[in-house]
Write a protein that binds this ligand. Structure first.
Ligand code: GAP
Length: 471
């Protein structure tokens, strides 16, 4: 029987640490706010999610892959508008000195999209809620709060010759979004990759933001990874392709990430960037946050990005359609997901506490088998040489195809529980009968069903259950 999910961030973070998924960065120095490290099982599962996204994007004719550098010419960020306006609105509590994102304080009071407003516009709301006595510090309850101030999100660094002074002249930015690397390479793809509009460029990579508030575990990090795809279209094709990618992305979240449909929804942006005709978020209903929150954005970006880079670089970024004898700046439909939020949604929806029929309790990570960090665990029933030999042979054989673990320590029940917690879909147990009949026990993580299967049939059975779509 599954328990009601009333999980806190603390429960999930403690679980993810205990089972080797996610560690706080720099823990021996007391931690480093909003920066996290992925341990063995976390890194494996995150890699599986990344591969599922890449596979989805590029196993088609019209989308190509890119892996661009984190550092880009600094003018990139002037052209993109980030240097001037990539900032969060923040409010400080004058009593306890805590700092908050203004939208986090104003959303519960019924004001949405504050982070997309001009500061002056948002401050009118602050003035009003202050006058009504509604604005309170969520930490100390104090009502003495500042107006909204701008907090720059771009992370700066310096690059130059080893002898040059660190100064504003050699400032570089750690990329605040990966898509800028795509725009800078658009012309290269046209000239060298034999692509024609409509086409897309997809990439997964690190992005860095000096986020104001850092209390939402891996939901809001200062170093994170984005899965972005920019689809270049004729201006008249922007709306149809936006509708198409909305459908495709929602399908992916359900089918490929295995996130329950009822925990996903679209939310249209009420406040649009001046160049955008439409934009929406895919939102997931996080158990640990107690609310729906953005996990991916799908945006119509018009010709803003290429026009800006054309203006700042002086390069002609027009597309010439030879068939129609027409020149234009392609418009862009963007799908922009956060890999760490995909990971958190998979962990959050998979984490299950159950009471079994015999009254015992277990924690089980019910993630889609293809995303599980370990696919199969192989055990000898007990630690006897004849059993361990056969179990190790099976382990070695399966290892050539999947991530597999071998475990001979502790009771068989404990070994099953350990694998349940890291989401291993199948366990294989070798017992004394196996030596006689060449059969092993295959145990299913979710149903707990145990069946005897022939060792010879094992690879095919495991494959067809891990990847039913290929069977
Ligand atoms: N190129 C468009 C863009 O970057 P965004 O809404 O700022 O749009 C896209 O970010 C996605 O990146 C978000 O939906 C989210 O999944 C992820 N993301 C953004 N900021 C993040 C952060 N601080 N920590 C983790 N993921 C983040």
């Amino acid at each position: 029987m599954e328990k009601e999910k009333s999980m806190t961030i603390e429960t999930l973070a403690a679980f993810a640490k205990r089972r080797g998924f996610v560690f706080q960065s720099s823990e021996i120095y007391g931690g480093f706010a909003a920066v996290y490290d992925y341990a063995h099982y976390g890194a494996l599962m995150r890699e599986n999610i990344k591969q599922a996204w890449v596979k989805e994007m590029i196993r088609r004719d019209d989308v190509k892959l890119l892996d661009s550098a984190v550092f880009m010419h600094p003018t990139t960020w002037k052209a993109s508008g980030h240097v001037d306006s990539f900032a969060d609105p923040e409010i400080d509590c004058k009593s306890c000195k805590n700092r908050f994102k203004a939208d986090h304080l104003l959303e519960p009071l019924g004001y949405t999209d504050v982070d997309r407003m001009e500061i002056s516009e948002a401050n009118k709301i602050v003035e009003q809620v202050k006058a009504e006595g509604k604005l309170k510090c969520p930490v100390c309850g104090g009502k003495d709060l500042t107006d909204i101030k701008r907090f720059d999100l771009l992370v700066k660094s310096n690059l130059g010759s080893p002898t040059s002074e660190l100064s504003e002249e050699n400032v570089v930015y750690l990329r605040g979004e990966t898509c800028q690397g795509i725009y800078l390479n658009y012309k290269n793809y046209l000239q060298n990759m034999r692509v024609k509009v409509p086409f897309g460029i997809a990439q997964v990579g690190k992005a860095f933001r000096n986020e104001v508030v850092a209390r939402q575990y891996t939901f809001r990090m200062r170093e994170f990874e984005q899965c972005e795809m920019q689809y270049f279209v004729h201006p008249t094709d922007e709306q149809p392709k936006y509708d198409y990618w909305k459908k495709e992305r929602m399908r992916w979240w359900k089918e490929e990430l295995g996130v329950p449909a009822e925990m996903l929804r679209f939310k249209d942006h009420e406040k649009l960037a001046h160049y955008a005709k439409a934009a929406c978020d895919v939102e997931y209903d996080f158990n640990v946050l107690g609310k729906f929150a953005e996990v991916e954005g799908i945006h119509q970006r018009g010709d803003w990005d290429l026009s800006q880079h054309q203006k700042f670089s002086g390069e002609n970024l027009e597309y010439f359609d030879q068939d129609k004898n027409e020149k234009y700046i392609p418009h862009i439909v963007e799908t922009s997901g956060g890999l760490d939020r995909m990971f958190l949604a998979v962990l959050d929806s998979g984490y299950t506490e159950e009471t079994l029929e015999d009254g015992s309790e277990r924690v089980v990570l019910k993630v889609k088998p293809s995303l599980a960090p370990i696919k199969v665990a192989v055990f000898p029933l007990i630690k006897k040489p004849e059993l361990t030999k056969l179990a190790k042979d099976i382990y070695q054989y399966l290892l050539s195809q999947h991530m597999v673990e071998y475990d001979e320590t502790g009771s068989i029940g404990k070994r099953y529980r350990r694998q349940d917690e890291i989401g291993t879909p199948f366990c294989i147990t070798v017992d004394f009968e196996s030596l006689e009949d060449n059969m092993v026990t295959l145990r299913n993580r979710d149903t707990l069903e145990q069946e005897r299967i022939k060792i010879d049939d094992m690879p095919q059975i495991i494959n067809s259950r891990l990847y039913p779509e290929k069977a």
